[in-house]
Design a protein around this ligand. Sequence first.
Ligand SMILES: Nc1ncnc2c1ncn2[C@@H]1O[C@H](COP(=O)(O)OP(=O)(O)OP(=O)(O)O)[C@@H](O)[C@H]1O
Ligand SMILES: [Mg+2]
Length: 577
Amino acid sequence: MKHWWKYIRPYKAWFILGPLCMIVEVIGEVLMPMLLAGVINAGNAGTLTVGSSIGTAGLMILTALFMMAGGIGGAYFSSKASIAFAGDIRNDLYRKIQSFSFGNIDRFSTGSLVTRVTNDVTQMQNFVAMVMRMALRAPGMMIGGLIMAIRLRSDLAMTFLISIPVLLVFVGSNILTAFPRFKNVQSKVDGLNSTVQENITNVRVVKSFVREEDENKKFHRANGDLKNAQLRAMRIVIQMQPVTTLIMYITVIAVAWQGHTLVLGKEMAVGDLSAFVNYVIQILSSLIMVTFLFMMSSRAMASAKRIREVLEEDPDLNDDNAARKDLTVKEGRVEFRHVSFRYYKHSEDSVLDDISLSIEPGSTVGIIGSTGCGKSTLVSMIPRLYDPDEGEILVDGVNVKDYSLYHLREGVGMVLQKNVLFSGTIAENLRWGDEDATDEEMIAAATSSQADKFVSTFLQGYDSELDKGGNNLSGGQKQRLCIARALLKKPKILILDDSTSAVDTATEAQIRHAFTHELAGSTKIIIAQRIASVMDADRIIVMNEGKITGVGTHDELLESNTEYREIAESQLGKKGA
Ligand SMILES: Nc1ncnc2c1ncn2[C@@H]1O[C@H](COP(=O)(O)OP(=O)(O)OP(=O)(O)O)[C@@H](O)[C@H]1O
Ligand SMILES: [Mg+2]
């Protein structure tokens, strides 16, 4: 409960007013049978007068009006409170997810995070609204009804001594079984969302491989899993209602049976018996209401747990312990000291194994190596997308962990291998690099990355709208805009991870040419598959299976490094090499 207090506190007034209004309704509900009994008894005894029946009828209408006002107020305040409560939780979840590292996100999976922010929060919201409307009403009705019933005939009320415990045991055991089943339902919703999300995000790939049928099957499976889990959970809910109603009516019959002999023996008035039966129904149905509430609570608890998992997850990468938070990246010197890393902490093979290297400020360094050898992993440690397991990385001689994440990432511009643009105009996307960049600066960055030429051919130029992910651009156009976005940051260290793979060689050469002139002071790290992309670099690093196997200029490596020579010969031919 203490975890949720924070979300209740700002709306305390509504949280109190809602249930209070419901109490008004309860009082009416407890009074009504008594008023009715008075009329029936008087009619039966022949003492009913027009005046007294009009009086009672007026009283009953008044009570009904009060009950209505209470009901409306209760519904109004509980909706308001639960909506505000859920809204705040969603905000906190979203903010928390923004603070997650790549590692945190890998652990939850995106599909599951989406379900938690949407579906799980809605479960809690519905539950809170229901609790507010029922929490005082059901026990109030039960206690009020019990008091009235005992006052009427304490001997008849003994029946409850049997029916209430029977009901409680039945319901209690059901709830215990329901909890794990509801938890399972939520995890199946995760599965379904992940499938849908993956498919829709990558719908172009699905279509180009004509995988629709297989994707349908995959969805069918996830959907079937969810359906079965829901059926298993609902089976409990389904059996609960008829059984509790059965227990209720058996009690009613027992009371009516005993009551009718009392009425025949003139020991009890007919009106009192009818009021008593009304109270029996009221008491047991409020008990059923409570049980339903518990049932829903097992579902909400499953959701609450999943929400807390996100809220309590420690972003495994933060700058809380950074010693020099004001420091900015000034030169762009990079040094790796005995860095080792693995994605899965329990796996034996390292993705990076004891890497040491140093890169001079302002120099251009190429990285080349077979696919999966760890190039992207290596560079992602410079802006701290991941932290090394062993060793350290220094920028300008200072451990990257000692910078604030903001300053470090301001200083390091990285064009990720799997890069995306966002919905919005081209200009808005480029200004991710620098919100305050002038139009001239923006156009200059786009000119360096050879994007200006094609942007100017668009009807609306830099104000052209991009689809989500930049899907209305060609691969090479997208890459050039991603480079422009990184350039606009004017980073001291610029990392291009296979960022010109879709750009033709002539355009790529122009980009490289622009870099040497306009980014003379920045350190440039370029990962590439093509030797031509890196052969002019000051130094080239050759990687293989998480290790550095060679460092040198193009000519030096051709002499000394067999692997490099083989790649060069296969790409450029013997003559070029
Ligand atoms: N997020 C991740 N979670 C788990 N393993 C990963 C993750 N990213 C990469 N790997 C694994 O780490 C190894 C190195 O991957 P990395 O992306 O660094 O290779 P790379 O040299 O950049 O390859 P490429 O040239 O294809 O881009 C690979 O075996 C890959 O399967
Ligand atoms: Mg890579």
